[in-house]
Write a protein that binds this ligand. Sequence first.
Ligand SMILES: [Zn+2]
Length: 449
Amino acid sequence: MSPKQTEAAAADPYFPNNGDHRYRTHRYELTLDYRPGPNRLAGTARITAIAGRAPLREFALDLAAFRIGRVLVDGRPGHYTHRGGKLRIKPAKAPAAGAAFTVEVHWSGNPKPVRSPWGGLGWEELTDGALVASQPVGAPSWYPCNDRPSDKASYHLSVTTPSPYTVVTGGRLLTRTTRASSTTWVYDQPAPTASYLVGLSVGPYRGVPLARPGPGSVAQTGWVPARLQGRFEHDFARQPQMMALFEELFGPYPFTEYAVVVADEELDVPVEAQGLATFGTNHVDGARGSERLIAHELAHQWFGNSVTIGGWPDIWLNEGFAKYAEWLWSEHSGGPSAQRKAETAYRKLLALPQNIRIGDPGRSLMFDDRVYERGGLTVHALRTALGDPVFFRMVRDWATSRRHSVVTTAEFAAHLARYGGHAADGLLDAWIGRHRLPPLPLAARATPL
Ligand SMILES: [Zn+2]
């Protein structure tokens, strides 16, 4: 096969235009300057990458319509074309098969969301600032990347913006330096990170500590508009307890810190990023009305962010476990049990058409409610079939043995079979591989947490 055919053959079935399988990235160093008023972004990306099985005579990065300053491969100018969201680069000297190389791209312009069936994705200008919410293919709206979830890399982000603004991203804040009227925020995320999970928020936010770092405690900080601080402190007060519960059930938190941003804007849904989640003002009501979503986004740090799906057809592995984590938190915190939650979800599903296979829902239905509800029920069905001791060992082993890696549903099925044998495998297939709803799982052996 020619390299081009290889690229096509390995492409994601839902987003065949995104990503390039002829190489993988190792580290991104992004240096950005952002001016919120004119919504102007100028950036330099220095990407360390590794060529695949063939010499890399041509490769592509995903990047929306920006002005390109220059493109260097191993320090030498490369030929490139830039259209249709693809920056196609021909290096002056092709990196050899398996060789490490660097690519440097300078770009500038006015970032705007990538259009999608679910509305704009990626960079979003706010009334006063900006945020990034890329799942699944919004990352090229603001930086050049190999935009496939199976290609995870570490990140170093340096963002310069006017001093009144706070810059938040996932990872550790290394330095914050003010010069004249601008401040540069330098963050590092050493853990392997998928491009869609690189989050960023720029706004007039105030830092609110939720948990300080310490032995057995993950640093947790909220970044919120000052007027919402009181409501935020009440609504997010139990997040440290969620963290403790999930660490007990899923294994150690996979990153070094966890930041939550409340953007000064209403958002349809909160969104997870690596070491970060972004909520809207509508998720902070002072009455814990969105507490299940706080649990959901936190659970994604294990399911989706640390254990990452290699292709979008497997989205249920992210959303099913995050949904089930909501039910586990409810059960643990004195709310309805997971069994009651499962019954409610089941009734909801019975009222909807049974014409979706959540194990490969198709691109247009990948964020359908049924993927979430039936995904949660799938996990509950496994719990009732395996019994609590085996089930929780299976889940914890999955999250810890696949920590920071890329997985498929087939790998999950093989993992599950080691705990539940053939019967569990058949049950999994009935829930995710078929249209028809299996019977409601009954919690004969599910004991409250
Ligand atoms: Zn989710």
